[in-house]
Design a protein around this ligand. Structure first.
Ligand code: UD1
Length: 445
């Protein structure tokens, strides 16, 4: 795919960030609720009839989009506080989410399991989202089929319908890869199934445990979420609940990398330290001093960072969602670091833009070699996806001069108030609006 086509996947907000590099971060900030937990949790409210209350909801465009997806199905979704949502699914009757919304965000596919389980059928336009290479949904469909759904697919949409009876039927499902989204869809659909489902090779991410905790509060019987084999004893009805979303480990990992690149000292509050084990091990081996409490992490970064390698893996391995930010960090470390990406095909999109800033990065298939220690220079860069946007922001914090970061639509999919949080830590960063003069092609700040 050309760069142009890649960038057109997400509409740009028309704004850009100006980041003046060279300021050490220091102080304390709070981490928001986890986007990747909140999205399936919002989808799971479709399993019940009534109003659920969800706390610690991050204010992000992906969350706003999921709220619109739920509304497009007939749910009433209201903010009841800055980070609390009430979702009343009593009047859900439409089983086909708006294709325009689904195209914007791959996680919309998470409504498939709950709709199928509660109503016996669902239609999902083929999802969009980040440009991370091929992102099929075959494992989600395998799950629905195994639970008694008949799957019909064409170029534009997938329909799943119960073939017999009124409820999905529990069974044994073996995933050939521990897909996070497929595990979530299967948990939600099997929670309302007749009989027991055994899910083998399930994803083990903390977001899976959070979803299972929500479902168990609703009345489901899910055992061993967080392990490779999960057992789900189906029940005929679930009830509305209140739930608080876990902290965002990816946002925490991003601010840890931001602190390290500026040789700063920052405390992150409202985190779950246990979810960050592999990341903290990597960061410690660069020479950063890490102090942890249950819900607090302080990172104290040295002036000279050691290079370390990264191999992304499903949880509890190093998260692919922090790999680009860590790559930005390794441009500052002395020596070579090797990155091996094991989850997505096209997860080195940040490398092209980091090179424009002067980074020495070579990409060969699913490996990237970063020859660190060169000073980066600020320039205009374009974010090609959510985590690459964060990586470029991090690089800008350390680069000489000023960096203009465009493609903020991606950044705001995954980060709540990054300008406010980084400014509170002493970063010099501002959001500007530009008007492109189409006649001259000149961008004006
Ligand atoms: C979730 C996260 C995303 C993260 C990813 C991996 C959410 C909303 N998003 O995405 O931020 O980067 O986990 O940790 O939680 N695959 C298939 N067939 C399928 C499904 C997936 O082949 O049916 C492949 C994908 O192409 C990819 C790999 O499995 O190569 C991982 O995908 P998956 O774990 O499903 O990620 P998501 O749930 O989409």
């Amino acid at each position: 795919m050309s760069n142009l086509a890649r960038r057109s996947i997400m509409p740009d907000t028309g704004n850009y960030l100006t980041i003046e590099g060279g300021h050490r971060l220091s102080g304390e900030i709070g981490i928001s609720g986890a986007k990747n937990s909140c999205l399936p949790i919002l989808a799971a409210t479709l399993l019940v009839k009534g109003a659920c209350h969800i706390e610690n909801v991050p204010r992000l465009s992906d969350i706003f989009n999921m709220a619109k997806v739920l509304r497009s199905l007939g749910a009433t979704v209201n903010w009841t506080g800055r980070h609390s949502l009430s979702i009343d699914t009593s009047n859900v009757s439409c089983l086909e989410p708006d294709p325009v919304l689904v195209q914007k965000m791959r996680a919309s596919v998470l409504v498939l399991g709950p709709l199928f389980a509660r109503f016996g059928q669902a239609m999902i336009p083929l999802p969009g989202g980040c440009s991370l290479g091929k992102r099929p949904i075959d494992l989600h469909l395998l799950g629905m089929e195994s639970l008694g759904g008949f799957v019909a697919e064409n170029d534009e949409a997938v329909t799943v319908k119960l073939t017999n009876g009124r409820r999905p039927v529990g069974t044994t499902i073996n995933l050939n890869f521990p897909s996070v989204g497929a595990t979530e869809n299967i948990l939600m659909a099997s929670a309302l199934a007749e009989g027991t489902t055994i899910l083998n090779n399930a994803a083990r991410e903390p977001e899976i445990i959070d979803l299972a905790n929500l479902l168990n509060k609703m009345g489901a019987k899910i055992v061993d979420a967080g392990e490779s084999t999960i057992i789900i004893v189906g029940t005929s009805e679930l009830r509305p609940v209140s739930h608080r979303v876990i902290p965002d480990r990816i946002e925490a990992g991003t601010y840890i990398a931001a602190t390290a690149i500026t040789a700063g000292k920052v405390t992150l509050t409202d985190v779950c330290t246990d979810h960050l084990t592999s990341l903290l091990q990597r960061i410690s081996s660069t020479g950063c001093k890490i102090t942890t409490e249950i819900d607090k992490i302080t990172i104290d970064a040295p002036d000279v960072l050691r290079s370390t390698d990264v191999r992304t893996q499903p949880y509890p391995g190093f998260p692919t969602d922090v790999q680009p930010q860590y790559m930005a960090l390794m441009t500052r470390a002395s020596g070579e670091s090797i990155f091996v990406e094991k989850i997505f095909e096209r997860r080195f999109l940040a490398a092209d833009e980091l090179r424009r800033m002067g980074a020495d990065i070579r990409v060969i298939d699913n490996c990237a070699l970063v020859n660190g220690g060169r000073k980066l220079t600020g320039c205009e860069v374009n974010a090609p996806d959510i985590r690459a946007a964060a990586a470029l922001l991090i690089a800008g914090l350390w680069a000489d001069g000023s960096t203009r970061l465009k493609g903020l639509g991606h950044l705001y999919r995954g980060y709540e108030d990054p300008v406010g949080k980084l400014s509170a830590l002493g970063a010099r960063i501002a959001e500007n609006n530009f008007v492109t003069d189409t006649a001259t092609g000149i961008s004006q700040g």
